[in-house]
Design a protein around this ligand. Structure first.
Ligand code: SAH
Length: 344
């Protein structure tokens, strides 16, 4: 069966041509799939019936369904647990900001990066998502939340640069004027820091925002909480970030989850400021969301750490905790659903 939802407009046109269909059908079908979020080929009322039947026989089209949904009473953030066609579940979060609605999506079922503070990685990676499954998260969140989505962040479950080609395909799909038509400047991609892939991404020269989950400025600490650091190290990561900026002209955002007694001391703030010196950077301090399975605790020094960085000329923001009443951070809802399933 063909994965029609993951085909770019050009691929769809080529595929239809092989079937002897006229070129203009590609745009029609693409818009049904990527703008209207059709769940069945029968809905595609401007296609001839035989074509609809042929598509139904040869193509996959199974939209995820809502397995769980939680609405924050505090700020209207909505968290979705989607059940995919094969029964696996992933999460998305709809956040309402003044600058527009943002959906945070997942790119893998689970994750193999092993970060000590993250719920998504506890049971490892099950599989990569398809580009179509990533688009579906945006479309269905938009539809269910009743609000147009203007921004996408790839900060849900999974490591986007560990599913590189699919993520590039996803970006092309959502960027397409016949699809969701979301501009690259409205998209953020967050990575734990896969250096080779950062260089590869730089080669595309995209105008998206790259976020690097740094979380520690020294190898000893970073390797302890992020196994990915053991092979590459902070210095090479930062060097790749500098190259990325030179190539794309886009300022990088550094994520820094504040963990009590691990990465929140003054010397680490000073080291971090030194690392980022002379390159346009933005540090986003994240109050740690406590994960039940982990002994790590939120830092009590967020304000002091922020001040220290700022006094050394670094631009710093502290992430607002949207949806903290609904487990709206990475992988926690999926973990709970998995645990509940294990008990039954
Ligand atoms: N794999 C990618 C994207 C997914 S995680 C990455 O590593 O960047 C999105 C962000 O949330 C990352 O910065 C991640 O380190 C952070 N994060 C994960 N678990 C967290 C927790 N318990 N508290 C605070 N931030 C967390």
């Amino acid at each position: 069966m063909a994965d029609i939802k993951s085909m770019t407009l050009q691929e769809l046109a080529a595929w239809l041509k092989e079937q002897g269909e006229p070129a203009f059908r590609a745009g029609q079908i693409f818009r049904w799939l990527h703008q209207r979020g059709a769940s069945d080929f029968e809905e595609m009322s401007d296609l001839p019936k035989p074509l609809r039947q042929k598509l139904a026989q040869t193509c996959l089209l199974a939209l995820p369904t809502v397995a769980r949904k939680q609405v924050s009473a505090q700020d209207g953030t909505i968290k979705y647990l989607w059940r995919l066609a094969d029964g696996n579940c992933v999460e998305s979060v709809l956040m309402r900001y003044q600058h527009g609605n943002t959906v945070c999506i997942s790119c893998q079922v689970g994750c193999r990066m092993g970060c000590a503070f993250c719920a998504s990685t506890i049971a490892g990676k099950v599989r990569d998502l398809t580009a179509g499954e990533m688009v579906d998260q945006v479309l269905l969140t938009q539809r269910d939340g009743g609000a147009p989505v203007s921004n996408i962040v790839l900060m849900g479950i999974g490591e986007p640069l560990d599913n590189f080609d699919t993520v590039m395909r996803f970006l092309e799909l959502v960027n397409c004027p016949d699809g969701l038509n979301i501009g690259m400047r409205h998209i953020s991609l967050s990575t734990c820091g896969l250096v080779e892939q950062i260089d590869k991404l730089a080669g595309y020269g995209l105008q998206l925002t790259l976020s690097v989950s740094l979380h520690a400025p020294d190898d000893q600490t970073r390797s302890k909480i992020m196994p990915v650091n053991r092979s590459v190290g902070v210095e090479r990561l930062i060097a790749a970030c500098r190259r990325y900026f030179q190539r794309t002209g886009r300022r990088i955002s550094y994520e820094y989850a504040m963990i009590d007694g691990v990465n929140d001391s003054d010397w680490q703030a000073d080291l971090l400021a030194g690392l980022l010196k002379g390159m346009p950077a933005h540090v986003n301090l994240i109050p740690l969301n406590q994960v039940e399975e982990s002994p790590l605790r939120p830092s009590r020094r967020v304000a002091a750490f922020q001040k220290r960085l700022e006094s050394r000329g670094i631009t710093v923001t502290v992430r607002r905790r949207l949806g903290s009443d609904i487990d709206a951070s990475c992988g926690q809802l999926r973990r709970k659903a998995m645990a509940a399933q294990e008990q039954t």
